[in-house]
Design a protein around this ligand. Structure first.
Ligand code: BDP
Length: 723
């Protein structure tokens, strides 16, 4: 075949374009917060060069090899040159990376007392002066501490922090820092909005997608040390040997990054894959089946973490099917796991179709009486609020109410109820609000964070779980800013006392640039984004107004589902007299599940924080808020405010355009267009619907809906993702 010159030219242009395109694709967010390495500050750069001229790295197993690999690669990206890394110490070394036992006497004594503070996973980064020479040290008790220390060190450099007098002694405050993947074996993800599951079960165990390692690396860089691979609505097949072999292959990739694998255990597995005719936790054959199964699991995965269990919740099987309790079920599994140091993480997300009491009360009622009855390798996992991952909920009253049971905080990182992966919502703001909440359980200063990290009740183990927002999308999370939610979740699991602003700043610097002209306004934009979504979806304590099933968009009118508590009308209770759910003693009395100090505040509409007003009170449309505005007007104006906040976010983003690449700018800009459109949709649909009860005009200042209520009600989304 002959090509003309112009055809050849076209071919070259095409080839060049596709190379450029694939390059821009691989850099389009794939590197996460491990990406940006530019250092613009010359004095800082010089300091870094001095410290990293000659490095002694005391090597060892695969975790340390990874740490060394990260250090070499990271320094090269930052400094633009290779550092001299040696595995024997000498006089020229400007930096030492070694566990305690790899340090010489002099350096060990320079760190005296520090090693007791950092436990198994912590690290020390310290500049010490030995014989008049400044040496930078990264040390730890265990290998994993070195890996975490190296990641931290590189992050500090990327954020242009001076290392001159650094003295950082850090250890995680929470033991179990876990991701929960709601991934199905067919690779769909329940409530996943970033593509399909990373786990390619079909090709495992032979084919290990390089992405598994990138996943592990990203997690290790923020200290995540556990991952539950499968959906809580579990499939028993993952416990068969054919799948365990695949799980083992993933565990092998994650192990050198300090990450343990967990699986969800379907309670009826002994029947489904074991051929038994019962799954009764007190039945001796069932007990034996689980014992054998656990032994088998540990043959494949010697450091298997344990089981995450959703039982007797939303139709999932559980011990109650056999007249047994959550304690019977959890302890049976815990007994099987105990010899291998495995854990049971038993979820408290329960509400029953036969229980007519307020759904918000049911988990507390069911679980709190069991406090102290679970074996010591059982943790109870509780969602942040008493309903279900809403844009805003008061903290779950179980936090603080079970002193003898380690409670794992369950946050949702995937944005099931917060606009999927099209809305920019910075979730650490939400997490922080919950963690900072005062429980009054042992006097003042008994925050939820103190319950979770085990310090309030001296629990022996502590944990936090985040329902992952990760999928096969090139940028992992669908929305570039949803990466900040993965990052921020990890940071708070490491230290639940960090502020969301600190996290936003770190993430922006590590992901985009250190230029404060970019960082400051965008940080402010991220900070406001959470309040914006509350305002345009569910202001003033409203909740669960989402359309049902897929939870995409507004559906406050839905009232015909079989279970009452699946209907939005159950939650807002709008009628001609007013709106809101009375959870005070005159209503469901859910407030009684909180400490009396808090119940008192929540019980009176005058003292109840306005952001929870309609969560706890049913109030007349003309009820006057603190600022004198009547409730109907206030609701309408809050919805309007939410829309305006998104407009403001867009204008901030537009001004930041010059600090980042066009692709980085444009991707977010296009998503913001969706967010604005949907914010208006939420406002219009909810207000037109509530207006049918209030019978009042919209207040001045509110942009009038573009369509009528029938239009909004007619919208259907049979293929909304994640369902
Ligand atoms: C709800 C989700 C559902 C989950 C459930 C859970 O809609 O898909 O299975 O939570 O946490 O929010 O078990």
């Amino acid at each position: 075949m002959n090509f003309s010159f112009s055809q050849l030219k076209m071919f070259f242009v095409f080839a060049l374009l596709s190379i450029a395109f694939s390059n821009s694709q691989t850099s389009a967010g794939y590197d996460l917060w491990l990406g940006n390495s530019e250092i613009r500050e010359p004095t800082i750069l010089l300091e870094y060069q001095n410290f990293t001229n000659s490095i002694f790295f005391s090597g060892g197993n695969s975790i340390l090899l990874n740490a060394q690999k990260e250090l070499v690669k990271g320094l090269k990206a930052i400094l633009g040159r290779e550092s001299d890394v040696q595995d024997f110490p000498n006089l020229l070394n400007t930096m030492w990376v070694a566990k305690k036992d790899g340090l010489n006497q002099e350096l060990q004594s320079a760190l005296k007392g520090n090693f007791e503070q950092i436990g198994k996973e912590g690290f020390i980064i310290k500049s010490v002066s030995v014989d008049g020479k400044n040496i930078l040290l990264i040390s730890a008790n265990e290998d994993i501490g070195i890996l975490y220390g190296v990641f931290k060190f590189l992050q500090l450099m990327k954020m242009q922090k001076s290392l001159d007098e650094i003295n950082l002694i850090e250890a995680p405050k929470i033991d179990l820092r876990m991701l929960n993947h709601w991934d199905n074996l067919d690779r769909t993800i329940e409530r996943g909005y970033a593509g399909f599951s990373l786990w390619n079960w079909q090709k495992l165990p032979e084919y290990k997608d390089p992405r598994y390692e990138d996943y592990a690396r990203a997690n290790a860089s923020i200290g995540i040390n556990a991952t539950a691979l499968t959906n809580v609505n579990a499939n028993a097949l993952v416990l068969t040997s054919a799948y365990l072999e695949k799980v083992a292959a993933l565990a092998d990739v994650f192990r050198p990054y300090g990450i343990k694998v967990y699986l969800t255990a379907r309670f009826s597995a002994p029947m489904e894959i074991g051929g038994l005719n019962t799954a009764d936790p007190l039945d001796k054959d069932v007990i034996e089946w689980w014992n054998n199964k656990v032994t088998e699991v540990y043959k494949y995965i010697p450091d298997f973490g344990g089981f995450l269990v959703k039982a007797n919740s939303e139709g999932q099987p559980g011990p109650q099917n056999y007249g047994r309790t959550h304690v019977d079920g959890a302890n049976m599994l815990a007994t099987a796991l105990k010899p291998f140091d495995g854990l049971v993480i038993w979820r408290a997300f329960v509400y029953s179709e036969t229980d007519a009491t307020d759904r918000a009360k049911q988990a507390f009622t069911e679980f709190v009486p069991y406090d102290g009855n679970f074996l010591d390798n059982v943790l109870v996992q509780v969602k942040n609020g008493p309903i279900d991952f809403q844009p805003r909920e008061p903290f779950h009253p179980m936090f603080g109410a079970m002193p003898n049971t380690p409670l794992v905080m369950e946050f949702q990182i995937t944005q099931e109820y917060l606009g999927f992966s099209s809305h920019l919502v910075f979730l650490p703001k939400l997490y922080e609000e919950v963690l900072y909440a005062e429980t009054y359980k042992k006097g003042k200063n008994a925050t939820v964070a103190k319950v979770i990290d085990g310090s309030l009740y001296n629990n022996k183990i502590s944990g936090m779980a985040g329902v992952a927002n990760i999928g096969t999308d090139l940028n992992w999370t669908g929305h570039p800013f949803a990466q900040a939610n993965w990052y921020g979740y990890g940071r708070l699991a490491w230290n639940p006392y960090l502020s969301s602003e600190t996290i936003a700043e770190e993430w922006l610097r590590l992901t985009y640039t250190n230029d404060s002209a970019f960082v400051e306004p965008i940080k402010a934009m991220m900070t406001v984004s959470r309040e914006a979504v509350v305002n345009y979806m569910t202001p003033l304590g409203l909740h669960h107004l989402m359309d049902t099933g897929h939870h995409y968009g507004p559906g406050p009118w839905v009232s015909d589902l079989s279970r009452p508590e699946w209907n939005p009308t159950y939650y807002h209770k709008a009628d001609k007299d007013g709106i809101g759910f009375d959870r005070t003693p005159s209503g469901s009395n859910a407030t009684s599940q909180y400490a009396p100090e808090i119940a008192k505040i929540f019980n009176a509409p005058e003292t109840c924080p306005e952001e929870y007003l309609l969560w706890f009170h049913h109030l007349p449309w003309d009820y006057k808020l603190k600022n004198g505005v009547i409730l109907w007007d206030a609701i309408a104006l809050k919805y309007q405010e939410g829309v305006e906040q998104v407009e403001e976010m867009i204008s901030i983003w537009d001004q930041a355009k010059k600090y980042i690449t066009y692709d980085q700018y444009n991707e977010v800009r296009m998503l913001m267009e969706i967010q604005l459109k949907e914010a208006k949709w939420w406002r219009n649909a909810c207000l037109l619907y509530f207006q049918t009860f209030s019978g009042r005009e919209f207040p001045p200042g509110m942009e009038l809906p573009a369509e009528n209520l029938e239009y909004y009600k007619s919208l259907k989304f049979p293929y909304a993702p994640g369902n």
